[in-house]
Design a protein around this ligand. Structure first.
Ligand SMILES: [Zn+2]
Length: 242
């Protein structure tokens, strides 16, 4: 490579690296937001399952209370029945007792149902809690990693920017301006391109034969006539057969 182009190549490499690091720094918070969103969805799902389980448990407690109340009512009715004044009263008490007994039996059936339903619910909640705790740990670790990566990237950006400033200060102004112009035109840090088999590797367009020939032999800076980038030619390495 021609010596003048070595600075351009260094400039391009520094620019590209800084751009890459900046992209990574911008990307990391998005990655974190994505995994946090997932964690949040799992937490909400667990909360919903817990809600179903606690509704089950509440209903079961209520049914147990209902049974107690009905039992107390029955024993009171039995006392009252002893003091029944006539057959009609006696039957009325008996009827009420039967009604309460029926209530108890319905509550018992419902309790059994609820117990059956709660078994898989409890298992689900327990498993989901364990999985979620693992996930939280993993998310925390990833956040720490992203934080460390961001700090390292920012440090490197600052170091590279320092190198870039030094390089720019040492570059001939006209080359510096040329690079800036190409950079702006393509909105990309790639300001130079190798010519391989007579084509610019950046825009893929073939050079005019005379232009190609001049590039190969003359010690000056050449531009791709199609994309305007600085072009260079590396002669193929001779392989000596022994
Ligand atoms: Zn080109």
């Amino acid at each position: 490579m021609k010596p003048a182009l070595e600075q351009v190549s260094k400039l391009q490499n520094l620019d590209m690296r800084i751009l890459e690091l900046k992209r990574e720094v911008a990307q990391l918070p998005k990655q974190i937001a994505e995994i946090e969103k997932q964690l949040d969805a799992h937490t909400k799902k667990l909360d919903a399952e817990k809600g179903v389980l606690s509704a089950n448990q509440r209903e079961r407690k209520q049914k147990e209370l209902d049974i107690q109340t009905a039992q107390q009512k029955i024993s009171k009715l039995k006392d009252q029945m002893l003091q029944a004044k006539n057959n009609e009263q006696y039957r009325a008490f008996q009827h009420e007792i039967e009604y309460a007994q029926n209530e108890i039996s319905q509550s018992e059936t419902r309790i059994l149902q609820l117990m059956e339903e709660s078994e898989p619910l409890e298992k689900n909640v327990k498993a989901a809690e364990i999985a979620l705790a693992e996930e939280r740990k993993e998310v925390d670790a990833q956040k720490q990693k992203a934080k460390a990566q961001t700090a390292a990237d920012e440090k490197e950006i600052s170091d590279r920017a320092g190198e870039l400033r030094q390089l720019l200060a040492a570059m001939p102004p006209e080359i510096k301006q040329t690079c800036e112009r190409i950079r702006k035109k393509h909105n990309s840090p790639q300001v130079m391109a190798e010519v391989v088999d007579g084509r610019c590797t950046a825009c893929r367009i073939a050079l005019r034969p005379q232009h190609y020939q001049n590039l190969k032999v003359r010690d000056e800076i050449f531009f791709c006539e199609a994309c305007g980038r600085i072009i260079y030619y590396n002669p193929p390495t001779q392989v000596v057969m022994s």
